[in-house]
Every structure is written in structure tokens, then in C-alpha cells.
Ligand binder design. Sequence first.
Ligand SMILES: Cc1cc2nc3c(=O)[nH]c(=O)nc-3n(C[C@H](O)[C@H](O)[C@H](O)COP(=O)(O)OP(=O)(O)OC[C@H]3O[C@@H](n4cnc5c(N)ncnc54)[C@H](O)[C@@H]3O)c2cc1C
Length: 526
Amino acid sequence: MKRRTRQPLRTDFLFDILIVGGGITGTGALSEAGKKGYNTILIEKGDFASGTSSRSGKLVHGGLRYLQYGHFGLVREALKERDYLLDTYPHLVKPLSFLYPIYKTKFKVQLFFGLCIYQLLNLFSNLPGFKYFSKVKTLSKFPSLNKENLKGSFMYSDAVTNDARLCNEIIHESINAYSTTALNYFELISFEKQDNKIIAKCFDHIEGKAINITSKYMINASGPWLDELSEKIFPSASNITAPSKGTHVVLSMKKFPFDCSLLFSTKAKDNRWLYSVPWENDTVLIGATDTEYSDQIDLTRVDVSDDEYILNAIKHVVPALKISKDDIISSFSGIRPLLKHEKISSKDRSREYKIWWAESLVLNVFGGKLTGFRSMGQKAIKMIAKKCPADSRSIQEKGHILTDIDFNELPEDFVKLMKEKYSNESPKIFEICLDKPIAMDKLHSEFDIYLAEIIYFARHQSCYHIEDVLGRRLSLSYVMTKVKEQEEIVQKTADILKIECGWNEQEYFHEQKDYINLIKKRNLYL
Ligand SMILES: Cc1cc2nc3c(=O)[nH]c(=O)nc-3n(C[C@H](O)[C@H](O)[C@H](O)COP(=O)(O)OP(=O)(O)OC[C@H]3O[C@@H](n4cnc5c(N)ncnc54)[C@H](O)[C@@H]3O)c2cc1C
């Protein structure tokens, strides 16, 4: 397979910063380094966002529940970031209402004060403030809720995103706009220091070759892999992380007809709260579990007990919907990057992030939440700037938007949909369609997804495998249940990638087989 890159990677080049990890943390650092004028390269051993950053709860939020631990600074910063993301990426970050049914009077009072503080921490937000609904009003809006002991409900606002697409869009925005490079399927294998420079020995899994990258500084943004990567860098590194696993299940919106997020208690001993999130392709995500995880991070998978735990909680809050394991379309698990804390369980451990010099040239950026990636990136780059000021003359705004495409001859509905989905990037899709009208065919009659989108992902968003497209760019891997539908979609995607990525016949066959095996593992009940 050939790598599609804007410029060939020069091995004699000295980068200012090497970022290891293409999740949202690395993405935030890349974008901020690019804006400041650092010559930066980001490498990711799998696809961008293939770690935790495609398996989150997708919420862009302040984190109402962190108020009970007194984390006011964390919540205020996250609320500010939420509003920035709503303004800057409106096609990817959208407002969402949250419904909190109340079953205990004491909790009603606590929640009222919590919501007042939440609102006060971000007084100038454009999102609607919270409201209270009586029991009658709550049930008239949401008749399937458990009526027993229901006192009423609160509704408040936060936001939802597509985590993997957000990550990919910002990475490619940085590549296009600044002096930055980002390579997926490019793994850091080992590390050396020579004359106060870093020599990172890497392996390019696309081209199948070893390659060295030289840089002045390195940012370790490997999330839950931090301990594993630290050992590769300094063999004497001690383990400092205590990851926890979180699982979500995917249901059809028809089966769980809530167009807002529903928050509900598990009623289990751990007294945990779960939430539902209306999601893409008419589905709803429900999660997340929170269990200590000590296995290899690469081997993360869903256990049947995770699904059962979530199902039990759903049965309590919406018994009338009679949801069973047969209704689960798929499930996915992610690993929270958390620091060790002997006395506190993972659910109560802080989601605050930590940035520190692991040694003179390596900065660790760890933890936090998806929502706060920009401020984590800003703080990390500020710490590098103290040692190595950026040369603002080297800021190269490359300007990437194709504005002179005449797309008037394309159908109006199609143009509108692509603008809604891809915003400034949509002209690249129109260019593909004008060149190849067949690209305006749908991938499958059941989904509003077009072949041009797959070509765009391969040409402009570093997709090399079927899961890069169907999993992380289109979220279809989580919803394809009918085997026939799946075969057709996989085949059409493979046909496009064969041309765009230059697969030979053997690769074409193996890529499809590998993808089907992956999906079978994920959809536990097929
Ligand atoms: C179940 C769950 C629900 C969550 N819900 C939310 C939510 O709703 N809202 C929110 O704001 N946050 C949420 N979070 C938190 C958020 O998802 C994480 O904080 C965030 O995604 C972590 O991103 P990261 O970039 O640090 O890690 P990752 O996304 O895991 O990225 C690290 C990357 O480093 C790469 N890597 C590792 N080793 C190497 C190497 N040797 N060479 C190259 N690359 C390497 C990995 O492949 C990986 O892609 C949730 C987390 C979980 C687990």
C-alpha cells in the first residue's frame, strides 16, 4: 500500500516538536503548536482517534457531576471550551438537552443548587438555562419513564460531538493550514538522545519500513498507553497510570425514543449514573460502565457482563420499553487515562489533566477529557515555549479552502447536506462529484451517505483501511446489523479504497476479511 502524503518525509529534517499519539490530546497539541509556528510532526500507531478518542461518551460538557467533588476550575474551563467548540465546529458539535428524572426529594434540592452553580460558572453561554418539569409534565413528555416515586425532572443543556471526526478534522485542518505533519499507522518503537536532540525510531506500517524522526522536543500524548510508551523511552520508568474501562451499548432510536440525553442511576451498589446519547444513523448510545482495567490496552474489548450491567440499569428507568440484549446492535469499550490513586475508586477519581516534564526533552500530557483538548494543548505548548520560543516568522498559513468550485450543477439537496456535514471542506467533495458523477450515488439506500464521502476520506483524511472509513469517519460499523446490508457496504467501500489506496488483489481480499472479523467481535450478539 502507498502512503498518500502532501510532502515526502525528510529524514534529515530537525522538527521542533514530535507528538506521539493521535488521539484528541495529541490533536490539541498539534493544532496549538502549528498556530504558534513550531515545525511539528504527530505520529499515531493506528488510525487517528483509534484509541479512547473514538470510544468516548461523545459529550462536550462541563461535567455537572464533578461539582460534587469541588472541581470548579475544571468545570469552568470545560464549559468555556464547550462553547468555543459549539461556535467553531457547529457541523460537528451540537447542543443537546439532558433530562434528569428525580426520584428522591433530597436529590431535587442538591441538583437544583448544582445546576445553579453550573449555570453561574458560564453566565454568558448561548445555550438555554435549566428548567424544572413537574411529574405530570415529565410523564406527558416522556411517558415510558418509570412512574414509581417519580417527583419531577430537570432539563439542562450541554453538547454532543462525533469524537473521531472532530479529532480527524482538527488534525487535517492543522496539516492544511500550518507547518505541521501528521502520519497515522506510524509507530514509535524506541527512542535515543544525541547532542540534546531526540532520535525517535519509528515504523511506518503503511509503507512497511523503519524510519527515524529527529526533533528538539517530544510530547507524549499516548493516553492510556503512557506507561507502555514511557518504558520504551526510559526503561526505568515506573507505572503511574490506573486505567479504567468504560463500555457503551448502541440501540436503535426506535427502541429507545428519547431525542434528549437521559441521565439515570444504575440502582446498583456502585451508585453510578449512566446516560443515553441520541447518535448518528438513528441510534442511541447508552453508557458508560467504569471498571478498573489491568490488561493490555491494545486488547480492550467488551465483556457480556458490561452489557448486562447497562441493561439492568435501563430496565429500572424505562421498564415499559422492555429492552433486552436482543436489542443491542453493538457495544464498544474505551480506556480512561487516569492517574493512580490508592484510596479513590476510578469513578470518583479526578478527570483533571496533568502536564509535566518526564525529562528535559519529553513533556507528558495526560488525562483530562475530550472537551478540554484545546486548553491542554495551549498549556503544553506554553511549557515548551518557555524552553524553546517559537519563531513566529515561520507561521505558514497555507490556506486550503477551494472557493472557486462551481457546484451549481450539483443537486441542491446534496449540496446542502454536504455543507451541513463538512462545512468548509465540502468543496473538496463537490470537486470529486464534478469529476466523477457516479460519486453522487448512495453507499446504501438505508443511509444518507454518498460514495464521494469515501473518496474524500481516502484522498484528504488519511484513510487506509475499511474501519478508518466505516468506523471512525462514518460511524456505520456500530450500526450495521443485517448481514446483507453489511456485505454490500463493505464491498463498495473496499472497491473505492482499492483504487484510492492502490491495493493489490491480495490486499483487497484481506482488508475485507479483517474488517468482517473486527465487526463480528464488536457486535457480540450477531
Ligand atoms: C467510556 C468513556 C467515556 C468518555 N466520555 C467522555 C465524554 O463524554 N466527554 C469527554 O469530554 N470526555 C470523555 N471521555 C474522556 C476522553 O475520551 C479521553 O480523555 C480522551 O479521549 C483521551 O484522549 P487521548 O488522546 O489522551 O488518548 P487516546 O485517544 O487513547 O490517544 C492516544 C493515542 O496514542 C497512540 N499511541 C500509543 N502508543 C503509541 C506509539 N508507540 N506510537 C504512536 N502512537 C501511539 C494510541 O494508538 C492512541 O490512539 C470518556 C472516556 C471514556 C473511556
